[in-house]
Design a binder for this molecule. Sequence first.
Ligand SMILES: NC(=O)c1ccc[n+]([C@@H]2O[C@H](COP(=O)([O-])OP(=O)(O)OC[C@H]3O[C@@H](n4cnc5c(N)ncnc54)[C@H](OP(=O)(O)O)[C@@H]3O)[C@@H](O)[C@H]2O)c1
Length: 293
Amino acid sequence: MNSTSSPTIAVTAATGKLGQLVVSSLLERGVPADHIVAIVRNPAKAQGLFAPGVQIRQADYNSPEGWDRALAGVQRLLLISSSDLNDRADQHRTVIEAASAAGVELLAYTSLLKADTARMSLAADHQATEKLLTESGVPFVLLRNGWYLENYDLAQALQTGSVLGAAGTGRISAASRKDLAEAAAAALTRDGQAGKVYELAGDEAFSLSELAAELSKQSGKDVQYRNFAPEDYQRTLEGFGLPAPVAQMLVSSDEGVARGELELPNSDLRELIGRPSTSLKEAVASQLAGQQA
Ligand SMILES: NC(=O)c1ccc[n+]([C@@H]2O[C@H](COP(=O)([O-])OP(=O)(O)OC[C@H]3O[C@@H](n4cnc5c(N)ncnc54)[C@H](OP(=O)(O)O)[C@@H]3O)[C@@H](O)[C@H]2O)c1
């Protein structure tokens, strides 16, 4: 892509782990740095994070101020869902309304895998945001992301010899953040994306027992999956000091896993990124290598 043909693409929550990877992936796809806008709530945190030429602009999901400046000249926008679960759909509404006012031509939103049917508690904000998008009139594409492979704290599992959960034998088609960032960059740089709904999940699914077994195999240490009834898991997590709402969200997510909400064979990920997704084996190996480094 050269400067004349490339649309200006903005990424919100660009200081986050996914946002940084999306900006890198856009650059790898040939989007000129000066056609990329990293929207961040804290510019100090963005210092030195992005390649020279990437524009850094400030805006916060919790305030409508600043979004007109942040979106000036932006044709395509990636709205990365907020990590603050308080009134999350309202935070997203701020961005969608600003995108509408700014005449953004395409808004890509990082939703949840199978958001339209999922019943885990996290799905509600994504369903509400998808509805806001439908009502907004802004052309949009949905990137319904499955679980990150990085969600699992393997260091702790190795330390305790246990992976804990309430997911039963439910399977998870997890993908790496990098896979999902590449998918977002692919959708943002393709034409004709308005109205598309991408279900984005890893090529292979695994249960938490299989995760524990892979960790045992690669580390040489005995790690077992311990499955709890939802109310026992809730008590256990709170016993570790987690606030009750966070524990509830984790329990509800595992109940969703048990119902198959995060399993999806043949998702759209492989086609978007043009390669197989990162495997469980590779993810475990890279986390173990990171711990040794
Ligand atoms: N699919 C999954 O397995 C999974 C797992 C975890 C999270 N998620 C979702 O995916 C999103 C991206 O994941 P991630 O790994 O990049 O998460 P992350 O590293 O925690 O980044 C979250 C980003 O959200 C930004 N943010 C939070 N509140 C904001 C606000 N009021 N205004 C503007 N920005 C705000 C944060 O800004 P600061 O950098 O200033 O803190 C940060 O950049 C998360 O926010 C969450 O919604 C998905």
